[in-house]
Design a protein around this ligand. Structure first.
Ligand code: HEC
Length: 118
């Protein structure tokens, strides 16, 4: 009688742990996909990548008044915006402290910021 209880506890334990392992492997890719869907602004593409690495730290949260992507201030004259991003303006450091970015790269990021993917 004791043996039967022991074995059924063991079987229960094994099936539970086996179940959770299967669950984790099945859920991982699903979870990754959901995360991607929830963060469409993580879109790849060089401008988005440069933005993430060099500009998002200030611009995502509006640090020191940095305009967030899609904000009206970024809908002004694109040449002026690009020029200001290159030489710096107010608390905006020249090229966002990323001196290695070419003028064209800064322009592509500013264009990305004016109309980030929804
Ligand atoms: C250290 C924080 C910081 C980083 C990093 C930063 N910015 Fe800014 N940015 C600001 C702030 C603050 C302003 C607003 C400046 C002001 O009030 O005049 C601004 C303003 C701007 C503007 C608006 C300029 C205008 O004419 O109105 C553009 C465009 C811009 N940033 C682009 C970028 C780009 C592109 C990058 C990355 C390469 C970047 N910024 C990185 C802080 C930052």
């Amino acid at each position: 009688m004791n043996n039967i209880i022991y074995i059924s506890v063991l079987v229960l334990f094994l099936s539970l742990s086996g179940f959770s392992v299967v669950n984790m492997t099945l859920l991982r890719p699903l979870h990754a996909q959901t995360e991607k869907e929830q963060k469409p602004d993580m879109a790849s593409g060089p401008a988005a990548v440069i933005y993430r690495k060099n500009c998002a730290s200030c611009h995502d949260r509006g640090i020191m008044g940095a305009p967030k992507p899609g904000e009206p201030r970024l809908l002004g004259d694109i040449d002026t915006l690009v020029a200001n991003a290159i030489k710096g303006i107010g608390n905006m450091p020249a090229r966002g402290h990323a001196a290695f970015l070419s003028d064209d790269e800064v322009r592509s990021v500013v264009e990305y910021m004016t109309s980030p993917p929804k």
